[in-house]
Design a protein around this ligand. Structure first.
Ligand code: ATP
Ligand code: MG
Ligand code: FE
Length: 332
């Protein structure tokens, strides 16, 4: 069984081919146009998807050494994401499936982030917990089976990736700032500036408060020393990162205790963060967890994870109708 998968939920146009659960190709075109606007511009994103989708799909087929007539199904990201961006991938997938007379498979983007763990060994055993941390989401997911997942905790406001990016913006770093905060943090003292941890009940998160405390902190310090940010960049980044990572891991530990699950995975763009990776491995050792961290290219948006999810859905015969439309907000 060979499936072509398409991802177009945000600012990556991606296509991948999977055969019997083995990934054969994964092409990602990242849209650079948004950089000068300091964030993703939805209208520009959908236009860029339109320009990229055909060459990206052709390259994915070529790399996989597969022709269109070898395809048994076409998968696409139905949501969540930007409507105009999702529409490009969905329309393309529907047209191709119709033309080839093969089934269509819709994939939930956040479930696919979790299933990225099955692209390569070692794979977590069921049930496992996945901390999914990205630009738009922060979730603790209890994964009972490949297609049986439940969100047991999530952010009530900003995503942690957003907190990283907004911090970077306050520090005058270019978009997307998360990776830069990580880079500077590596030379700084994580305990230089204590920021308050927000308290949310249960397994939920809140990241909007810390953004405000950082803003006031910087305004206050800059009053007496206009060079404060420049002179303390590494220490500020390290302290903010330390605080965000602590907030994530506190809840993850709580979730592990509550569920009794010790197979622990992370997914999503923020799982590329070196501070989070290090702290998670340390906590895993202390708590006797098996920790799973995907390769970087499978953490950020990619169609390989969509293909993996589609593989599981194909096995169960979960196909979609031609009348299907994208869902910018989509429940599990
Ligand atoms: P979603 O999956 O929720 O729809 P998204 O697809 O935009 O959102 P991803 O592409 O998975 O999110 O991740 C992008 C986010 O990851 C950005 O907020 C970016 O700043 C952050 N990020 C990437 N690398 C790092 C890093 N090393 N440290 C901190 N944040 C990072
Ligand atoms: Mg992205
Ligand atoms: Fe994503």
């Amino acid at each position: 069984t060979t499936i072509l998968a398409i991802e177009s939920s945000c600012d990556e146009t991606s296509a991948a081919v999977i055969s019997n659960g083995q990934l054969r190709s994964n092409i990602v075109a990242t849209q650079v146009i948004h950089q000068k606007y300091g964030g993703v511009v939805p209208e520009l994103a959908s236009r860029a998807h339109q320009q990229h989708i055909l060459p990206v799909v052709e390259k994915a087929l070529e790399d996989a050494k597969v022709s269109k007539k070898d395809l048994n199904a076409i998968a696409f990201t139905r949501g969540p994401g930007l409507l105009g961006a999702l529409l490009v991938g969905a329309s393309f997938a529907k047209a191709l499936a119709l033309g080839l007379k093969v089934p269509l498979i819709e994939v939930h983007h956040m479930q696919a982030h979790v299933l990225a763990h099955f692209i390569e060994e070692p794979c977590p055993a069921f049930p496992f917990l996945c901390l999914t941390v990205s630009g738009g989401h922060t979730q603790i997911v209890l994964v009972r089976d490949a297609l049986d997942m439940e969100i047991i905790g999530e952010t009530q406001d900003d995503a942690v990736g957003e907190a990283f990016d907004k911090t970077a913006k306050l520090l005058n770093l270019p978009y997307p700032g998360g990776p830069l905060v990580d880079k500077y943090a590596q030379q700084g003292n994580p305990l230089a500036f204590p920021f308050p941890l927000s308290e949310m009940p249960g397994l939920n998160f809140s990241f909007s408060g810390i953004k405000t405390s950082i803003l006031y902190f910087l305004q206050d310090k800059s009053k007496s020393n206009p060079q404060f940010v420049e002179e303390n960049l590494a220490d500020i980044c390290a302290s903010v990162q330390h605080t965000l990572v602590k907030m994530l891991l506190q809840k993850l530990r709580k979730a592990a205790k509550q569920t009794g699950v010790s197979e622990i995975a992370i997914a999503g763009g923020v799982s590329a963060n070196s501070g989070l990776r290090k702290a998670l491995l340390e906590m895993g050792e202390k708590e006797h967890w098996n920790v799973y961290i995907p390769r970087f290219e499978y953490c950020t948006d990619n169609a390989a994870m969509i293909a993996m999810a589609a593989h599981f859905k194909y096995i169960k015969g979960e196909f979609s109708e031609q009348t299907i439309s994208p869902m910018p907000r989509m429940a599990f």
